[in-house]
Design a protein around this ligand. Structure first.
Ligand SMILES: [Fe+2]
Length: 434
């Protein structure tokens, strides 16, 4: 029976994983499986996410389906003077049945404040710190995490220095239809994701479609990683936006419709139009498949989305676009329409969190002039936004047990660029006059 089950999951793995054969990767490190070792009613896989102004969503899973979706919280350890009730869900995937997945929105919360909380009335106390409402604010960024010893190393480096919010441009667990690996991933990231908000968007490893039976995909992802799409007037958990201090962050979906007649396209149009650059001078966008990429891995896969949406981001003067998917680091200059352009966003590929597939070692022989730094190593990024005009981006390579800053650049917000402001005004003038 065990062998049959093993063969079945191997079959699922083969048909749900998209493998690009064009490049070879070095040895990945072993997968870490975190077993369930708490009581059935204890919360496990606790993670938090920002959920609209002054609110946080607390998500966790219990094996016991009778546990209530309630979070008790307060500003002193062990003293919970507030409580909130939320919702729960669960899902099936072939023979697998998930635990009870709880999502509870709490708030209003004060900024830059530590809150202590308990989930479902059972188990250990957790705590988190809310992000600030004013600059400075710091983001940690890493994509394509997976759950290997490299992942553990990246997470340890991220956690070793303070930050406010974690941003993940897709490919979380690499469960690839083996649903217990979603649970293991939730346990692996809990020490980090329960203390700082994790804002994620989906990658190809979240799709998990199966012909006829699960044709729509994202079954586990949507149930487990509920993001603030309703709070940002989106109709899908696969794309949404949020404000953190003076930054407007847009999470786009590379694997859902993005053409000009799609919901995502129309939502993005409305979302960009609603941005107040005085209130949020910075705009950051996260996608999974990069629009600019000089690695041989996944070459051109983001091309059709770029053609559909790039002009919208360019006209809105987006500051940076972060992508994952390619398991390496690459930073481009400001670009638009495949050429250097001082009013276009900087593109950064940071799909180097540490997944089981290893690194994408092969770049095009000649580095394109728009590519300023590229390296196939695991690591993570730091985006420190100091004020409305200046931010610092750095990339930190995992050097075994320590982390080394290998790339850095100062960024100036396009909202403070006179040249680009004027282009924006003149390009919008004909529409304004209509
Ligand atoms: Fe990917």
């Amino acid at each position: 029976m065990k062998i049959l089950l093993l063969l079945f999951f191997l079959f699922l793995f083969l048909i749900t994983t998209r493998v690009s054969p064009e490049y070879t990767r070095p040895n990945p490190r072993p997968l870490i499986f975190r077993p369930h070792n708490r009581s059935d009613s204890d919360p496990q896989q606790v993670h938090i996410s920002l959920a609209g102004k002054d609110h946080m969503r607390v998500s966790w899973i219990t094996s016991d389906k009778k546990v209530k979706s309630v979070v008790e919280y307060g500003k002193m350890a062990g003293k919970y003077d507030r409580a909130a009730t939320g919702e729960s869900t669960s899902y099936r995937y072939f023979f697998y049945e998930s635990g009870k997945i709880h999502h509870v929105k709490i708030g209003p919360l004060e900024p830059s404040t530590t809150y202590y909380y308990r989930c479902g009335g059972y188990g250990a106390e957790f705590s988190f710190r809310t992000p600030p409402v004013t600059f400075p604010v710091e983001f940690a960024v890493a994509g394509d995490l997976g759950q290997t010893e490299w992942t553990e190393s990246t997470l340890a480096h991220i956690g070793a220095r303070d930050y406010d919010v974690f941003l993940l441009p897709g490919d979380l667990s690499y469960a690839d239809a083996q649903q217990p690996l979603w649970d293991s991933f939730g346990r692996l990231v809990e020490p980090y994701a329960s203390t700082r908000p994790w804002m994620v968007t989906e990658g190809n490893h979240e799709i998990e479609t199966f012909p006829i039976i699960y044709p729509h995909g994202f079954r586990a992802y949507n149930a487990r990683w509920l993001m603030p799409y309703q709070e940002s007037l989106s109709s899908s958990n696969l794309y949404y936006s949020l404000d953190v201090a003076g930054a407007h962050i847009i999470m786009l979906g590379s694997y859902t419709d993005f053409d000009s007649d799609s919901d995502q396209y129309k939502w993005l149009q409305a979302d960009l139009a609603s941005i107040d650059r005085i209130k949020t001078p910075w705009i950051f966008v996260l996608i999974h498949a990069p629009w600019y990429n000089s690695n041989l891995a996944h070459k051109g896969e983001g091309g059709s989305m770029r053609q559909a949406m790039e002009k919208m981001l360019y006209d809105a003067r987006v500051d940076v676009v972060f992508a994952g998917h390619v398991h390496a680091y690459e930073r481009f200059t400001r670009v638009y329409d495949e050429k250097a352009d001082e009013c276009g966003p900087i593109h950064v590929t940071i799909g180097d969190g540490g997944n089981r597939e290893g690194l994408a070692m092969s770049f095009e022989d000649a580095s394109p002039s728009i590519s300023l730094y590229r390296e196939a190593s695991f690591g993570h990024g730091r985006l420190r936004v100091f004020n409305s005009t200046h931010a610092h981006w750095s990339w930190h390579r995992n050097n075994e047990t320590y982390s080394v800053m290998a790339d850095e650049v100062w960024l100036e917000s396009l909202s403070s660029s006179t040249a680009c402001k004027e282009v924006t005004k003149s390009s919008k003038a004909p529409k304004d006059e209509l």
